[in-house]
Design a protein around this ligand. Sequence first.
Ligand SMILES: [Zn+2]
Ligand SMILES: [Zn+2]
Length: 394
Amino acid sequence: MLNQYFTDLHIHVGMSHSGKWVKIPTSRRLTVRSILAEAAERKGMNIIGIIDALSPLVLADLKALIEEEILVPVSSGGYLYQNNTLLILGAEIETREVNGGLAHTLIFMPDIKTMTTFSTYMSQFIRNINLSSQNAHMPLTQLIQIASSFNSLIIPAHVFTPHKSLYGVCCQRLSHILSDQDMVKLAAIELGLSADSNLADRISELAGYTFITNSDAHSLDKIAREYNVFSMETLSFLELSKALSRTDGRQVIANYGLDPRLGKYHRTFCRQCGFTAAEGLTDKYCPQCSSSTLTAGVFERINQIADYAEPHHPAFRPQYSYQIPLEFIPGLGKKCMAKLLTAFETEMNILHFATYEALSNIAGNKIAHFIMTARNGTAAISAGGGGIYGRMLQ
Ligand SMILES: [Zn+2]
Ligand SMILES: [Zn+2]
């Protein structure tokens, strides 16, 4: 029998238990322990990926949690927390192409032993192995060659963002920088906050890949702002890898992404005057102040490089649903949120399963109404751009 699991595979660790920073700037509260508690208990995630496990500081914290039996190893990979949440170990690594473009890639591994060997090997290329998302001073093809000699899942991260991504700044086609053998070694493609499968399926070389949508959380409250539903038999690394490759009926059956209009880099934005472009701006110069300080939005970038004007979805492509995290709901303060969590236990239950009546009994009609429009995709939104989030209109 297959089960459905809420999954967020891109969560950063801020600080180690020993008080050393792993990712700056983040919060001191962002430790492995607090991530596990937040993701499992408050957010209601069933599978999470911590992507700073290349850091020996994080590896030490994980070992301690295993010794305390807070994390229990699963024989086919991954670690169970409280018997119902699977932790997957990942690394986010920066590569550099010959054109100077930088990109991030996620590498997931089944256990601490494998990740430790990988970390030791990578430390000869990375200046400070303790820190998150470090540059490995090599092109992606070389990283794929190294990582694929381990039991790993290789997933290019947030592939359309204007900073540090493959389509954003490295290439117009992956096939320009990767060989055919490299391409088949990619386990999936992470879309990133400002893209969805309608945009990504306008690029023909992506048709064979499973898309995943993750939070890239740098703070506890951002965990699960994007996530997936995985259909698999049990909680393990092996089952997760089967779902990504769509083997034995396992698959990703839903992507929940931040509404692209809420993303920080959806539209082209002028850093000089703050102008945010309306649909389809392709000029080099800002139409408002004529300066050339435009940051290309994800939407414009995909328009620039797409093969198709309309998306060509492969048959297996699941529904991509726009998600509005509860933090975007106007007027939903801390007190009200606490009451909702007491009633419905997790944010997933509030977002997906609580009825309008039940919600309005606790939070009032207005907030219940906003949550329902967020759930069914009818919310009114003003678009973001240039590093500023969009927002839900009252
Ligand atoms: Zn990244
Ligand atoms: Zn990241």
